[in-house]
Design a protein around this ligand. Structure first.
Ligand code: C5P
Length: 193
């Protein structure tokens, strides 16, 4: 049976960087599931049709990393039919040998509830906003307002809200450098492997 690592958490918590690093070091496949929602929001038109028709070109758009794309993603992500349209792809991806790392908001709770490792990566609002502002060259105060807005929408939606799975290990990266955060995540995988 393939090994599945589910990594969830709020925006700019470090989950994407940790997921990429784990996949690289373990030789696993990696899926940034936020990209699916970003591409759905960016495609325009009917979001349910957009989610059903997503193709490789949609996922390769250069504008998907912007904060506008993040906000648009969190709006379409609240639509149950959009989420339903993306479930099968994510579950199929997760079942690849020798293993897969998926990062998002509902991987441990909804997409892969049987994942062998579940991490919930978080950090203080201020630290997350500062990291994302540095990454995008944006104003930290504006970034903070945007992140809080997006986290609220993601946590309060009725379908697959952002929250740790009951059996997730919480990894708070507020005062951890990236290498320390990756080491903590790897230690958790080693404990289970
Ligand atoms: O992770 P990222 O910031 O790229 O995600 C963009 C948005 O996509 C999130 O704010 C969230 O609304 C949505 N998302 C989701 N479920 C996932 C991944 C992302 O609802 N598994």
């Amino acid at each position: 049976m393939p090994f599945i690592i589910a990594i969830d958490g709020p925006a700019a918590s470090g989950k994407g960087t940790i997921a990429r690093a784990l996949a690289e070091r373990l030789g696993f496949h990696h899926l940034d599931t936020g990209l699916l929602y970003r591409a759905t929001g960016a495609k325009g038109g009917d979001p349910v049709a957009a989610a059903r028709d997503l193709g490789p070109a949609d996922l390769a758009r250069p504008d998907l990393r912007s904060s506008d794309a993040g906000q648009a993603a969190s709006r379409v992500a609240a639509i149950p039919e959009v989420r339903a349209a993306l479930v099968d792809f994510q579950r199929r991806f997760a079942r690849q040998e020798p293993g897969a790392v998926l990062d998002g908001r509902d991987i441990g709770t909804v997409i892969c509830p049987d994942a062998q490792v579940k991490l919930y990566v978080t950090a203080s609002d201020q630290v997350r906003a500062a990291r994302r502002a540095a990454e995008l060259g944006a104003d930290p105060a504006e970034m903070l307002a945007q992140l809080r807005d997006r986290d609220r929408r993601d946590s309060e939606r009725a379908t697959a809200p952002l929250k740790p799975a009951d059996d997730a290990v919480i990894l708070d990266t507020t005062s951890l450098g990236i290498e320390a955060a990756i080491a903590a995540a790897l230690a958790e995988v080693d404990r289970v492997l």
